[in-house]
Design a binder for this molecule. Structure first.
Ligand code: AMP
Ligand code: GLY
Length: 443
């Protein structure tokens, strides 16, 4: 293992014992706070940095004033701070080739190459891969021409789903109940640039029925380790209504994913996808996140993400008993075969506090009070998603601002604990859904 910048983590580093490492986490949301919280607890981590981080992350890591999408800036910071291992949180720098650039500079990094992150960066690529390798997903067509898309939508009928092919922060999907609504969405994306370049190509696909669940896997290019199931709440409104967001809450495990179903997901979706990416010359390393619809004929892929989900990462990190760092290093080093992770049996649940107006326009800069009262309870952690410190004050700076996360013997108790913490936070400019976990509790 390197004594300074420019050296990768040797595959044998861990077997040689604890030579502490400088770690850099890239990103500044709730996912990165959860990752930093877990990595800071690793005996292998000597100094933890985060770029750019946020006010909550600053309690775990030294925050560096470099944006997550500033590829050159991140590579330079990794050199300047003698970073041994970089963990990339968000999709945008992955798709922009951050891991490739770091590795080329001799700095070991966790996450897919740009060639592999295309699985998230292009829904057209993802759908085509599924079609060619027999990975179950909704029937679809890609379009760049609005007239052709409209004609196909009219032929297929509603309900039907229109998706911007590129990255749109979880907002580029329209589940249309009528042909007119779908045609309008296709026109807005292709003719009016509703999602910019991300909507220059669209995918139109059949609407699937069923219950959603997410399975994440740590992947090393050839082998993988499934993480426990998780479920997020994408819609802004209670009862899963209203426009989609990045995620208003999440819990793990998702009761819909029984052991038998997890086995089907492993065999029918994760294993063939990992093999397909390798066969395509795009070996996938990092977190493969399969967003699934569990219907009458089994699991089908709604989307792939190429990173930890946010907020799903928050309950998952809380449930992880093992040290996260060796697992991420093993994924990067291609050594996940026979790797094992231990988890707490207790469910964990995250309630997102967002700024009023989100996912539409919202104000920034309001003060959040009452956070100190929550410190010290090991089973309740407030992960910060969009905050900045102003002296002693904590200000809201994002749409999703806090992820209040609790672990308890049952989902219902975890929910109760999380909302008790939510109610202790004094932030009139924020809101949350009051029903996170309702499906799991109903089951
Ligand atoms: P995605 O970002 O592709 O996962 O889509 C966001 C959300 O839209 C999903 O979580 C589903 O709730 C919904 N969705 C996406 N594709 C479909 C589909 N083919 N059928 C029904 N709902 C879908
Ligand atoms: N919570 C969904 C995502 O991270 O994409």
């Amino acid at each position: 293992m390197g004594e300074g910048a420019g050296r990768g983590v040797s595959p044998n580093a861990l077997r040689r014992g604890a030579r502490p490492m400088n770690i850099l986490v890239v990103g500044g949301g709730g996912r990165e706070h959860a990752l930093c919280w877990k990595l800071a607890a690793s005996p292998l981590c000597s100094t933890l940095y985060c770029a750019p981080g946020n006010a909550g992350i600053a309690q775990e890591a030294t925050c560096l004033d470099v944006g997550a999408e500033d590829i050159g800036g991140i590579v330079a910071a990794a050199r300047d701070y003698a970073i041994d291992f970089v963990v990339v949180g968000p999709e945008a720098p992955l798709c922009a080739g951050l891991v490739d650039r770091l590795e080329a500079a001799g700095i070991a990094a966790f996450g897919p190459s740009a060639d592999a992150a295309i699985l998230e960066g292009s829904k057209a690529f993802m759908k085509d891969l599924c079609a060619r390798y027999g990975i179950p997903t909704a029937a679809y067509r890609p379009f760049t021409d609005a007239a052709e898309a409209r004609a196909w939508i009219a032929e297929r009928g509603a309900p039907i789903v229109v998706k911007a092919s590129g990255l749109a922060a979880g907002k580029g999907v329209i589940v249309a109940q009528t042909v007119a609504e779908a045609q309008a969405a296709a026109g807005a994306m292709l003719d009016e640039g509703a999602f910019g370049a991300a909507g220059a190509e669209i995918v139109v696909e059949d609407c699937l029925d069923g219950e959603e669940a997410s399975i994440l896997a740590l992947v090393d290019g050839a082998h993988f380790v499934l993480l426990p199931s998780a479920q997020d709440h994408k819609a802004v409104g209670e009862g899963d209504t209203g426009p989609n967001t990045g995620g208003m809450g999440a819990y793990s495990p998702a009761p819909v994913v029984t052991e038998a179903l997890a086995e089907r997901i492993r065999a029918e979706i994760v294993a063939p996808t990992v093999a397909a990416m390798a066969a395509e010359g795009r070996p996938f390393k990092g977190v493969l996140y399969a967003g699934l619809m569990i219907g009458p004929d089994g699991p089908k892929v709604l989307e792939f993400n190429t990173r930890f989900g946010d907020p799903e990462c928050q309950p998952l990190m809380m449930r992880l008993m093992s040290d996260l760092l060796p697992a991420l290093i093993a994924a990067r080093d291609g050594e996940l075969k026979d790797f094992d992770l231990r988890w707490y049996d207790e469910p964990a649940l995250t309630v997102v506090l967002a700024a009023r107006g989100y996912p539409g326009a919202y104000e920034k800069g309001s003060e959040i009070r009452g956070l100190d009262a929550l410190a010290g309870d090991p089973d309740t952690v407030v992960f910060h998603a969009g905050t900045a410190a102003d002296g002693d004050r904590i200000l809201a700076t994002g749409g999703r601002v806090l992820g209040v996360t609790a672990m308890a013997p049952t989902v219902a108790e975890a929910q109760e604990r999380a909302y008790a913490a939510v109610d202790a936070i004094d932030w009139p400019e924020g809101f949350c859904r009051r029903d996170i976990g309702w499906r799991a509790i109903a089951e």
